[in-house]
Design a protein around this ligand. Sequence first.
Ligand code: PSU
Ligand code: MN
Length: 304
Amino acid sequence: MINMIYSAEVAAARETGAAIVALESTIITHGMPYPQNVEVAAQVEDDIRAAGAVPATMAVIDGVLHIGLEADQLQALGQAQNVAKISRADMPACIATGGTGATTVAATMIAARLAGISVFATGGIGGVHKGAETSFDISADLLELAQTPVTVVAAGAKAILDIPKTLEVLETQGVPVIAFGQDSIPAFWSATSDLRAPLRMDRAVEIARGHATRQAMGLPGGQLIANPIPEADQIAAEDLAPVLKQAQTEADTQGISGKDVTPFLLQRIFELTKGRSLTANIALVRNNARLAAEIAKELVKLKP
Ligand code: PSU
Ligand code: MN
């Protein structure tokens, strides 16, 4: 038995078979500063409701896996200090020891599968870090996509990562990487990149069918949907390049390693862009939430 509880809203949605969209919590605790983190988390939940689906933000609180957070729990999590960042390796340990942890993409996918939720919206996934040929720093998110049947909507992977290597690992692992409505892979803060996406789909219903077909074929794993940031909100690649370089150099010289790398880089990029990276991040997460809601609704229609 897993110590697991549903929010009132998610419990009701399960009863009626309504569309549900999973959301992660590491983006709240480790990806954005307070108080914007709480505001954004609530806003993204509202975007999903406005689109006709129900949000399920995942977190482990005092050893209980929460599928959906009540508003006060979301507030508390966003302000809490020393919340663990939990992925596949540490999620069961966090539950077993009564800990509190925010779920990464990998852990959120695991929680979603346990709750029978098929669609998940986030900002960016973890991937292969620059210098991975020596550090071996490859996010567990990639291996989770290969084995857990959840369709993840993200704005591509951040330029802090080695995108070509990230795509190679996903290909090796049999994960479909699907650009939404365009041929190139979106690059998080920029809508387009020089890299051609392996797959392209233009409609939410196609993505839902892709998900259902994988399941019907008995294939493990999910799909990665790369949804471009709205053009009005993007940051020019040439403005960003020096910032990314500086953040990476600082991480290297300060010996930042393991699960601290991603939060360190995100925080430094926020500081170095004077908050502009955050504004773009908020816009793309909201955009992903809206698309995820459409996919979730299409999946409900496909259910027999
Ligand atoms: N990328 C972002 N923002 C984030 C993260 C990644 O643009 O907040 C978070 C997600 O929770 C992701 C995690 O699952 O970082 C990946 O961490 P790591 O690289 O340590 O696997
Ligand atoms: Mn890592």
